[in-house]
Structures are given as structure tokens and as C-alpha cells.
Design a protein around this ligand. Structure first.
Ligand code: DOR
Ligand code: ZN
Length: 338
């Protein structure tokens, strides 16, 4: 049995670090585990301009310390300006742009109401090699919440890929068999991130003896068959799948509420959580690719120098970290980051 694994320093290709006090509290957890992270722009107000992103990047560096590189993303709105996207990419501020369908999730009200509105932006991104990151859920309220990802594939994503064949697309936080299969069959321009919660939990976790707000995230957890398909994808060794925690902290009272916020705060034990999945699947040899190689290769960024080591050892996750409830709260993980 393998009791120690050492991998190249990994990155988190999808994280919410928030701002202000919350940023100061959560950024050190991400910086402790990861060299770089793709920073989600869904602040209130959203990060839509190059100047806002540059200022936010400075605040993140101040909170996270010098050993961590935030990779900034533009929040696409109906008014997305192709010229601004190109300028921010050329200036080294933007790394990618995020498509939130309006109303899909937290702070997505300023998101895109109709893909037709961002066609000029997408055409420019395709030309300049700027990746599009998508929250892949249909927003029509008629669509069943558990079907939103599959509907997005049929109604939006398939057309996007046909219309912009050279555009790099990351299908963020995939949760279904359909999404895993779609990405496997798609051209090499299409990849996906996978969260720890969608590897560990099926939707039963939402109702385990009562309503469980700390298991609520978007896209919502799915049936067991989908969890198994996403696990198989993550641990397959395919370069199309890589690590993106979607760590999304909300204060306890905002989660434990009559209308609780979506998001799981998994940053403190993210690598340990993923490692336990790869271990259970007998795929520890595939962990380095998923955590440290597939992402940078897709984005066209250098691989990190240096390494991190995980040991097989009981690792008790606290019940709470201040007013934040971490993923796996109160449980013991079987791996520990050295
Ligand atoms: O669960 C989620 N939380 N999913 C998202 O798409 C957004 C995130 C957040 O910002 O809280
Ligand atoms: Zn997210």
C-alpha cells in the first residue's frame, strides 16, 4: 500500500476567494495548498473591468502572501467588450473569462441573458486564445434543477463549440454522466474541472436524516450514478479533467437559513479530500496529472516547480472554522498534507 505521495505543486482551477474580511480569512487556506488558482469574479459588484481585476488581484496577494499567484477572470455580461477582454489579456491581468448564465447561481444577476449578446466577445476570445469558463446550467425555471446541466449541453454548449471551434472552453464543476461523456467526446479544445464534493457525495447527502445546508452547492449534487461517472472521469488519467475545488465560503447563518446560500467551503482540506478519492479508486498514480499537470497544459501555462507530499494518516476536520463550516466537518480524512 502506498503511504506517501509526492506530486508537483498543484493548482486550483476554480475558487471563490470573496473580498474584504472573508478574503483575509479564506485566502491563506488556498495558498497553503496551491501555487496558483483561477479566481472567480462573482463579487458584488462583479469583476467586469481590467482595473477592477488588477485591484482585486492586489488585495488577494496581500491576503494570501507572496507564494501564491491568483489568475484573474473577467465576468462576462451582455455588454462584454471584446476590446477590453483583449487589452486585459495582453496586459497580463486576465487569464480567462467566465460565463454565468444570468440567474444561474450566487451573484449571477449581471450575467449573460442570451449567448447571442456575447458573440463578438467569444469571437475575439477565440482569436486571441483566451479560454471561456462556463457555469454550465440552463436557467429556464421550467427545467428541473437536476436536469439543468444536461440541458445546458444540448441547448447552449453544443452550439458554442460548433460556432467557435478554436475557442478553449472549460466546463466548470461537472456533475453528471452526460457532462463527463460530453467532455470525453468533445474536441481537445474542451476540458472540465471537478470538485471534491461531487466526487464524494450524491444528492442523498442533502437529505441525510434531515436537510443538510452544508452539502448544498450549485450545480446541486446528483444521483449516485452521476457521482460514479464523474469519479471515473477524474481518475481516468485523461488530460481533459483537472482539479477545481469551487470552494465557496458563506457564513454559517447564510447557509443555515430559510433560503440558504449555495457553496461548500472545501479549501482547508482540499488536497486530502481529493487524495482519498484517488486512493479509493486505486488511482493514486493519476493524482499528479489531475492536480498539477492537466490544468496548466490546457491553459498553456508552465507547470509549477517544487512539490507537495501527502501522508496516509488520520486527519480530523474541525466542526467549524470560526463561522465557516468546512467540507467533511467533524470527519476524519485518511490523508494529511505535510
Ligand atoms: O455553490 C456554488 N457557490 N456554486 C456557484 O456556482 C457559486 C458559488 C458561490 O459563489 O457561492
Ligand atoms: Zn464556482
Amino acid at each position: 500500500m502506498t503511504d506517501t505521495i509526492t506530486i508537483r505543486r498543484p493548482d486550483d482551477w476554480h475558487v471563490h476567494l470573496r473580498d474584504g474580511d472573508m478574503l483575509e480569512r479564506v485566502a491563506p487556506y488556498t495558498a497553503r495548498q496551491f501555487a496558483r488558482a483561477i479566481i472567480m469574479p462573482n463579487l458584488a459588484p462583479p469583476v467586469t473591468s481590467v482595473e477592477q481585476a488588477a485591484a482585486y488581484r492586489d488585495r488577494i496577494i496581500a491576503a494570501a502572501g507572496p507564494n501564491f499567484t491568483p489568475l484573474m477572470t473577467a465576468y462576462l455580461t451582455d455588454q462584454a467588450d471584446p476590446h477590453d477582454l483583449a487589452r486585459g489579456l495582453a496586459d497580463g491581468v486576465w487569464v480567462a473569462a467566465k460565463l454565468y448564465p444570468a440567474g444561474a447561481t450566487t451573484n449571477s444577476a449581471s450575467g449573460v441573458t442570451d449567448i447571442a449578446n456575447i458573440r463578438p466577445a467569444l469571437a475575439r476570445m477565440e482569436k486571441i486564445g483566451m479560454p471561456l469558463l462556463v457555469h454550465g446550467e440552463a436557467t429556464d425555471p421550467e427545467v428541473d434543477v437536476f436536469d439543468r446541466e444536461a440541458m445546458f449541453i444540448d441547448h447552449i454548449l453544443t452550439g458554442l463549440i460548433a460556432d467557435f471551434p478554436a475557442l478553449k472552453i472549460v466546463f466548470e464543476h461537472i456533475t453528471t454522466r452526460q457532462a463527463a461523456q460530453f467532455v470525453a467526446d468533445a474536441p481537445a479544445t474542451v476540458a472540465a474541472t471537478i470538485t471534491p464534493q461531487h466526487l464524494h457525495l450524491s444528492r442523498n447527502a442533502l437529505f441525510d436524516g434531515g436537510l443538510r445546508p452544508h452539502a448544498y452547492c450549485l450545480p446541486v449534487l446528483k444521483r449516485e450514478e452521476h457521482r460514479l461517472a464523474v469519479r471515473a472521469a477524474a481518475t481516468s488519467g485523461s488530460p481533459k479533467y483537472f482539479l477545481g475545488t469551487d470552494s465557496a465560503p458563506h457564513a454559517r447563518d447564510a447557509k443555515e437559513s430559510a433560503c440558504g446560500c449555495a457553496g461548500i467551503f472545501n479549501a482547508p482540506f482540499a488536497l486530502e479530500s481529493y487524495a482519498s478519492v484517488f486512493d479509493e479508486e486505486g488511482a493514486l498514480d493519476k493524482f499528479e496529472g489531475f492536480a498539477a499537470e492537466h490544468g496548466p497544459r490546457f491553459y498553456g501555462l508552465p507547470l509549477n516547480q517544487g512539490s507537495v507530499t501527502l501522508h496516509r494518516a488520520p486527519n480530523q476536520v474541525p466542526d467549524a472554522i470560526g463561522d465557516l463550516i468546512p467540507f467533511h466537518a467533524g470527519q476524519a480524512l485518511g490523508w494529511r498534507l505535510a
